[in-house]
Design a protein around this ligand. Structure first.
Ligand SMILES: NC(=O)c1ccc[n+]([C@@H]2O[C@H](COP(=O)([O-])OP(=O)(O)OC[C@H]3O[C@@H](n4cnc5c(N)ncnc54)[C@H](OP(=O)(O)O)[C@@H]3O)[C@@H](O)[C@H]2O)c1
Length: 245
């Protein structure tokens, strides 16, 4: 019997990441997770505690250490999937949209570190393991990367637009090594990142007239990491009920 496939997923403790872990686990994958919090008891998946690595992706200097820790745990040096999902969308007082005029340098750097630069550094640090598995990388962008969004501010939007560009660059650079890189761009998915007022967007802007479910995003991530997507490289898939049209 062949060894189970291995995935590293950042931002697993809630929302889209949590649903993705559950799906991959149910399909027999070994899932390693990263987030700032220690393993949470409300995330009951098998071997969850042993496969969790506590790390803050704002700390770019710590990414190499995180990769070393994963390397120690991988059974055969093969990483079949890396899902760069951790993301932050800072808000102003009372959950207000943080406009450009209200965004200070520290906030810009924090958002760009977590949402963009950590993805490049983590993928670079795990390149050999991805090549060994002919693995798949999935970056989680956002509808806010391509249009002004009523709640996500410019630092978030710029980080996601740049992450889409990084996805193209990575697909171009890693493809010759047998590693595919794609992005998914969610719209309004029912998680804690949403702001009050999202209900209006649903009625006005989303043809399917409902929020997306985290499990529906997980399904697309799973597709991108499967043989069914063997020739898909450099794509950015909208998961938004038609909000982009
Ligand atoms: N929900 C949506 O509608 C939507 C729409 C478009 C795009 N997205 C994108 O989808 C991804 C997941 O979103 P979500 O809605 O599931 O978000 P969420 O519920 O807020 O979860 C974010 C995850 O990222 C982790 N995280 C945050 N900062 C981190 C850091 N500095 N270092 C390590 N881990 C960190 C969090 O864990 P800890 O707090 O334990 O660190 C958590 O597991 C994000 O990239 C987001 O931008 C979401």
């Amino acid at each position: 019997m062949s060894a189970p496939k291995c995935m590293l997923l950042t931002g697993a403790s809630r929302g889209i990441g949590h649903a993705t872990v559950k799906l991959f686990q149910s399909q027999g994958w070994n899932v390693y997770t990263v987030s700032r919090q220690p393993f949470a008891e409300q995330c009951p998946w098998p071997a969850g505690r042993e496969s969790h690595i506590q790390a803050d992706l704002t700390d770019l200097g710590g990414v190499a250490e995180l990769a070393d820790e994963l390397r120690r745990r991988l059974p055969d040096g093969c990483l079949h999937a890396l899902v760069n999902n951790a993301g932050i969308s800072p808000k102003g007082p009372g959950g207000k949209r943080l406009g450009m005029l209200d965004t200070d340098a520290a906030t810009w750097l924090q958002v760009l570190s977590v949402n963009l630069v950590s993805t490049a550094l983590l993928t670079r640090a795990l390149f050999a393991e991805l090549v060994a598995a002919r693995g798949s990388v999935v970056n989680v962008t956002s509808i806010a990367g391509t249009r002004v969004h009523p709640f996500a501010g410019p630092a978030y939007a710029c980080s996601k637009a740049a992450l889409a560009a990084l996805t193209r660059e990575m697909a171009h650079e890693l493809g010759p090594h047998g590693v595919r890189v794609n992005a998914i761009a969610p719209g309004e998915i029912d998680t804690s990142i949403l702001s009050p007022g999202t209900a209006e967007i649903v009625e006005r802007d989303i043809p399917l007239r409902r929020l997306g479910r985290p499990s529906e995003v997980a399904d697309t991530i799973y597709f991108l990491c499967s043989e069914a997507a063997a020739y898909t490289n450099g794509a950015e898939i909208h998961i938004n009920g038609g909000q982009h049209v």
